[in-house]
Design a protein around this ligand. Sequence first.
Ligand SMILES: Nc1ncnc2c1ncn2[C@@H]1O[C@H](COP(=O)(O)OP(=O)(O)OP(=O)(O)O)[C@@H](O)[C@H]1O
Ligand SMILES: [Mg+2]
Length: 257
Amino acid sequence: MMSLSKSADVLARFLALKPAHVEAHCKTSQELMAWQQEEGKKVAKRVTDLNRMARLERVLGRSGIQPLHQDCGFRNYLAETEEQQQALAMAQAYYLNFGQNVTENGSQSHGGFIFSGHVGTGKNHLATAIVRNLIKDNKVAAIITVAELCQKFRASYEKNSPVKEATLLKDLCQLDLLVLDEVGVQKSSHNDFEINLLSQIIDRRQLQLKPTGMLTNLNYDQLLALLGDRIMDRQVNGGLWIPFTWQSYRSRKGGRA
Ligand SMILES: Nc1ncnc2c1ncn2[C@@H]1O[C@H](COP(=O)(O)OP(=O)(O)OP(=O)(O)O)[C@@H](O)[C@H]1O
Ligand SMILES: [Mg+2]
């Protein structure tokens, strides 16, 4: 960092050389120093964000978005009915207001969301639009299916695993936004493992006021039966619930996307 006297020198030389019609950004050496410190902080934050994203990609073995949904954005979401327009507007507002997690009574909340509804209605599409825009704004965000999550944790228990369970859990809990996809799809004998894992991650993130999104075909009661009162109560109060009740977009396109 430049000293105050050096800043004064630099500023004096700049002011001497500057054409008369150019407005100086900083007029005193104190202003120049303050500006340099601000810029330094911005660069440091950017480096930290890039490191966090790189660590996430190492832990997941991929970027925050799967190739299938790479092109999903707010602009190419077709909203024909009022319900669809509302879902689009709410998802867009969620992105624009991200990080301002304040409830109606003014207290801080985790500010997560649940997109619940039929297959092929665009839950992934709109969640991807949120995540892509957040990544563009240097936030660290990812969508992961519950099946992939379970598989990553199982792999982390292996003796020679390069990523240990504690690291995986810590990194997932530090994401600015984590979207859990296909919540409630698996009905295997490993159900207890899945539910414990989900509860642990959501619970920990809620306590740290970190938002978690959930995409599911389950309705409220089914989700409540899966995740329990405590988690659901917190997730819904202070979070966003969007119902996706229309027909599958895949059926109108005539095939599985
Ligand atoms: N309203 C829409 N406008 C444009 N494309 C859409 C719309 N709804 C869905 N799609 C597209 O249809 C395909 C299926 O949508 P998506 O994967 O988001 O559905 P989903 O609600 O997550 O379904 P599932 O419950 O089966 O996971 C995707 O390619 C998505 O981009
Ligand atoms: Mg989906």
